[in-house]
Ligand binder design. Structure first.
Ligand SMILES: Cc1cc2nc3c(=O)[nH]c(=O)nc-3n(C[C@H](O)[C@H](O)[C@H](O)COP(=O)(O)OP(=O)(O)OC[C@H]3O[C@@H](n4cnc5c(N)ncnc54)[C@H](O)[C@@H]3O)c2cc1C
Length: 385
C-alpha cells in the first residue's frame, strides 16, 4: 500500500471493514461516524451466504467468534387455510449464516486496530477540494477519502450529485421478536399477492429472535402500522402473522426500497463503497457481503500496488473490480424484486416444478447471496435497461 492518511466516512459495516483494510496496509486511518453507539443495538437480521462467509473468513474479516444461526433450506409458503404455518410450495436448498446486525458490526469493530482513530458523533461532509469538513468547519486533508456512509451518502452526493436512489415503488417493514419454538434452520418465505414475507432466526444473547421483513407496495407511506398489521393478518398463515403483529411498534422499522447504480466508484482521491456505492434491493441478501468485499478488494489493490505505487493506481484497480460487481448485483436484485413483489404469480396454483421455473427466470442464482470475490462480472451496464 502506498504510504499515507486515509479517512473513512461512516463507521458501520463497510466503514469498519475499510478501516481494517487500510490499517493493515500501514495507513494512518481516521473513521468519522455520525452516530454514538446506536449501531451496536441494531437488532435485525443480516444474511451471509456460506460461500461468501468462507471467502471473507479467509481474508481475515470475520470468524466464528461472531454468533450466527444456520439456514439450510428456504421454505416457500402460502396461506390457504390448511395449516397454521401455511402450505409448503417449495423446499429449496439454501446455505446461509444468519447474524444479528449489531453483533456482526461489533465483530468487525473489534477487528479495527486500536491505532485507528474512530470518532463517533462526528457527521462530516466532503469539501469541493476533496477535504473532509468537520462539524466545526475544520477541514482535514487525506490521501484517500472512503465514502462508506450508506444509502444517503454525503460523499456520493458531493462526488456524483446526479446519482440519486430510485424508489422501487414499494417498502419493507422490518422487525424482530423473541423466538421460543424449535431451533428452526429454514429461511421462511411467505408468498402474498404483490409482496413477500421473509423470516429467519438470529442469535440474541442467550436466546433467539425471529427477524422478519414484509415487502409490499400497499400502505407503506401513510398509516404504516395499521397497514402492516392488516397485511399480515390477511395474507400470512396465522402462526407467522402472530409473530409480526406481536412485535412492538418500537421494534419495527420501515425502509423504502431503492435501486442505485453510480457511473464511477472513484473521483479524484475519493471512492464510494458499500451502500453508498450501490443499493441493491434486499431480496438478493448481500448488503453486508458487498460492503466487506469492497474493503477486501481495496486491500488487494493496495497490496498489488505496493508501497512505491500510487493511490491513483489503487483507486483504478478498486473501481475496475467493484463497480461492475455492484451494478450486477443491483440488476439481479431488481429482477428478483420484480418477480417477488411487482409482478407476483398466483401463488395458490404454484407447484414445486413451477417454483423452480419461476426462480430460474429471475436469474437469481447469478447473484443471490452475493458474487464470489474477484468473480468476472463484465461491465454491469445492462442494469440500466
Ligand atoms: C434502516 C436499515 C435497515 C437495514 N436492515 C437490514 C437487514 O435487516 N438486513 C440486511 O441484510 N441489511 C439491512 N440493511 C442494509 C445493510 O445494513 C447494509 O447493506 C450493510 O450494513 C452495509 O451498509 P454500509 O456500511 O455500506 O452502510 P450503513 O450500514 O448504512 O452505514 C452507513 C454509516 O455511515 C454513517 N454516516 C452517514 N452519513 C454520515 C456522515 N455524513 N458522516 C459520518 N457518518 C455518516 C451512518 O451513521 C452509518 O453508520 C439495512 C439498512 C438500513 C438503512
Amino acid at each position: 500500500m502506498p504510504i499515507g492518511r486515509v479517512a473513512v466516512v461512516g463507521g458501520s459495516i463497510t466503514g469498519c471493514a475499510f478501516a481494517l483494510a487500510a490499517a493493515r496496509g500501514g495507513a494512518e486511518v481516521t473513521v468519522y461516524e455520525r452516530t454514538t453507539g446506536e449501531l451496536a443495538d441494531r437488532g435485525v437480521g443480516i444474511a451471509l451466504h456460506v460461500d461468501r462467509y468462507v471467502e471473507l473468513q479467509a481474508a481475515g474479516y470475520i470468524d466464528d467468534s461472531t454468533p450466527w444461526r444456520n439456514v439450510v433450506a428456504r421454505k416457500w409458503l402460502v396461506d390457504d387455510g390448511s395449516s397454521a404455518r401455511g402450505r409448503l410450495l417449495w423446499d429449496q436448498s439454501a446455505a446461509f449464516r444468519m447474524y444479528n446486525w449489531g453483533q456482526l458490526w461489533q465483530g468487525l469493530r473489534r477487528r479495527v486496530p486500536a491505532e485507528v482513530d474512530y470518532r463517533g458523533g462526528t457527521p462530516v461532509t466532503l469539501g469541493a477540494d476533496g477535504e473532509v469538513v468537520l462539524p466545526d468547519g475544520t477541514r482535514e486533508h487525506y490521501d484517500v477519502v472512503v465514502g462508506a456512509d450508506g444509502y444517503g451518502s454525503a460523499v456520493r452526493t458531493a462526488l456524483f450529485p446526479a446519482a440519486v436512489p430510485q424508489y422501487a415503488g414499494y417498502t419493507m417493514w422490518r422487525g424482530s421478536c423473541a423466538w421460543e419454538h424449535e431451533p428452526l434452520d429454514d429461511l421462511i418465505s411467505v408468498c402474498i399477492p404483490n409482496g413477500q414475507g421473509v423470516m429467519y432466526r438470529i442469535p440474541d444473547g442467550a436466546g433467539d429472535r425471529m427477524s422478519w421483513g414484509l415487502y409490499s407496495a400497499v400502505g407503506g407511506t401513510d398509516n404504516p402500522r395499521p397497514a402492516l398489521l392488516a397485511l399480515a393478518r390477511k395474507h400470512f398463515p396465522p402462526f407467522w402473522a402472530d409473530l409480526v403483529t406481536a412485535t412492538p411498534e418500537s421494534e419495527t422499522l420501515i425502509q423504502p426500497i431503492n435501486d442505485l447504480v453510480v457511473d464511477a466508484y472513484t473521483s479524484g482521491r475519493a471512492l464510494v463503497a458499500g451502500d453508498a456505492a450501490a443499493i441493491a434491493r434486499p431480496h438478493v441478501a448481500s448488503g453486508a457481503v458487498k460492503g466487506i468485499q469492497d474493503a477486501v478488494a481495496f486491500e488487494t489493490a493496495c497490496r498489488a500496488v505496493g508501497r512505491d505505487g500510487s493511490w491513483d493506481d489503487v483507486l483504478a484497480r478498486y473501481q475496475a473490480e467493484r463497480r461492475p460487481a455492484g451494478a450486477d448485483l443491483v440488476r439481479v436484485a431488481r429482477a428478483m424484486g420484480y418477480a417477488m413483489v411487482e409482478d407476483t404469480p398466483d401463488w395458490t396454483v404454484m407447484t414445486p416444478e413451477r417454483m423452480v421455473d419461476w426462480w430460474a427466470a429471475q436469474h437469481a442464482d447469478d447473484g443471490f447471496g452475493g458474487h464470489a470475490l474477484g468473480a468476472s462480472i463484465g461491465t454491469g451496464e445492462s442494469v440500466n435497461r
